[in-house]
Each structure stands twice: as C-alpha cells, then as structure tokens.
Design a binder for this molecule. Sequence first.
Ligand code: BYC
Length: 321
Amino acid sequence: MLNRIVKAKYKTMETSLISQEELLLEFENKINAEQKIEPLDWMPDEYRNHLIRQMSQHAHSEVIGMQPEGNWITRAPSLRSKKILLAKIQDEGGHGLYLYSAAETLGVSRDQYIQWLHEGKAKYASVFNYPALTWADMGAIGWLVDGAAITNQVSLQRTSYGPYSRAMVRICKEESFHQRQGYEIMWKMMEGTKDQQEMAQDALNRWWWPALMMFGPHDSDSPRTSNAMKWKIKRETNDHLRQKFINKTIPQAELIGLKIPDSNVVKLSDENYQTSDINWDEFWKVVNGNGPCNEQRLAHHIKYHNEGAWVRESASISNPK
Ligand code: BYC
C-alpha cells in the first residue's frame, strides 16, 4: 500500500500539468460535496498530517484502553461477566487494528506509529491514565468511557477521510454493546447491597470527570478544531459533543439511583444540563504525561510490544513484505 501511495504521488508530480491551486480546489469541492477523500486522492499535506496525528492517537487510545479493563479479567465476579469482559477487550484490540490499518493508508507505517507512541511523541486518550480500582470500575468504564467515545465516534462516521469513516461505522456497532454492558454492571450493583451501591457510586465519582475530559479542551482553547471542522475531519466540536454526552448520561444515572458528582448540575429550559467546569489543570497534567498511570501504561505497552517481537517476526515469514 505504501509503495502504491508513493508511486501515485510521483506519477502525479511527473505527468500532471494541473497546478497546486487546481488540485486544492478539486479537493475542497469534494469535501464540500460530502465526497470522501480516498488514500490515492491528492490531499494537502496539512490535511494528511492532521489525520496522521488524530487517527494514530485514536488507534493508540483503543489499545492502551485495554489495560485498565484487562486488569480485571481474572477477578470478574462470574463466568458470564468474565466472558463479556474478555469479548469487550478483544473488540478494543480489533478497533486498534482497524484504525492502524486505516492510518497506514496515509503513508506512515504501523511500526512508525508505535515508535512515536513509545517515544512519547503521540498522545492517547487521557482517561486511560486513571486506575481501575474495583469491579464497579468495569461498569463505569463501559458506561461512561465507551459512552463518551461512541458520542464522538458516531459523529466521526461522517468524517471526510474514507478509511477513517468506514472504520468508525464498524467500531460504533461494537461500542454500543460496550456501553450497554457497562450500564448493566452499574444497574445490577445499584439493585444489590448497600456496599455494592456505594461501590457503584464511588466508581461514578472517580470516572465522571475523566470521561468529560475525553472530548478535549473547550472549543475556544482547541487549536485543532478550526482546520478539523473546515476539512470535515471533525463534524461536531468538542463542547457540542460533550454537551450531548452530558444530556444523555445524567438521566441514565438518575434512572438507577446514581448521583452525578457535581452539586451544580441544573437542567436548563432548553433541555441542556449545565454543569461545573472541568478541572483543566488536571486535564493538561494528565495529557502531558503526569497522570496517575501514564508511566505505567506506557511501560506496560513497551514491555509487551518488545516481548511480542517474535510473534511479528514469525508472522512476517509467511507474509514477506
Ligand atoms: N486526551 O485541539 P484539540 C475507546 C490533545 S478509545 C489526550 O481539541 P483535536 C475505548 C489533542 O490531541 C477511543 N489528549 O485536538 C478503548 C491535542 O494535542 P496534539 C478514544 C487530548 O484532535 C478501550 C491537544 O490536546 N477516542 O473508545 O481536535 C476501552 C488540543 O486538543 C485529549 C478517541 O481517541 C484527551 N482527552 O480533538 C474503552 C477519539 N483531548 O495532538 C473505550 C479520536 C485533546 O495537537 N480523537 N487532547 O499534540 C478525537 O476525536 C480528537 O483528537 C479529540 C481532540 C476530541 C480527542
């Protein structure tokens, strides 16, 4: 695929008399007409680089996101819940695979993406730098973290880059199951003993704010939003998506007797819930590598990536490059 992209690029440079302005106009016309940009289409470098960054970070989030839940497979309270959790975590690995494959169509290899992650040059969702302390956290992660992710990803199904958009369609189908399995855990615990109810409430208290942080900084502080919206990479802004998530999640909490850990929640006349603001110092601390589990998450990924080298080598023997 990489070779095909490089050849197509050179072919365009050699044979085409079309000017950069005309290519840009054609690209913009496609975007405006809601047509997808495909890997061999001409695209501005800024658009390609924006996608390289966002899609690879998205892929890393899926894979690093397996760690907090993987920690609970051996301690799941029943065989049923263990099977469901295993299937869910395996799905997340699959999401990483679709997204790395889609991101490779931009001309960067998966090895390079992983290297950027290991060197701390690539980010992943800040929420995965918090610890999963109890079984109720499996509920909170599925309900809130997958719930936040799906809110964003439903909108990304309409992203302008074809391979990213198609990966999102498949991912969203699986994420809706994940959100429900998390909510089911919380609901069962809220029907249980006082201790179980307190455990569920404690998990909500600890995951509520990190889940809201998943949508990124306020629109006014988001340097990437302007280009992302112009090129239809993002279809809705960070604040708009966050509000959608808040509006649908608060009634879900209330329905099963959970209390949102924010004394300033008010339902406004326009049906939107108003909440307190996020602690942005904490957000940037975690994004910049200083959250409770940043070091642990990266070290774990590096260790098992290195230990898995023999698997990749063996696989490449039957599938030479
Ligand atoms: N965490 O201008 P902004 C899952 C960074 S996993 C970390 O708003 P943008 C799951 C941002 O990268 C799916 N960093 O940027 C898996 C940028 O830094 P750089 C998770 C963040 O790109 C397992 C800077 O802050 N979903 O579902 O327009 C178990 C300025 O931000 C965060 C995705 O990955 C953050 N929360 O918007 C369970 C969604 N927020 O890159 C579940 C895909 C911001 O300039 N990504 N930053 O150095 C996106 O939709 C967008 O990239 C974001 C940020 C909304 C995250």
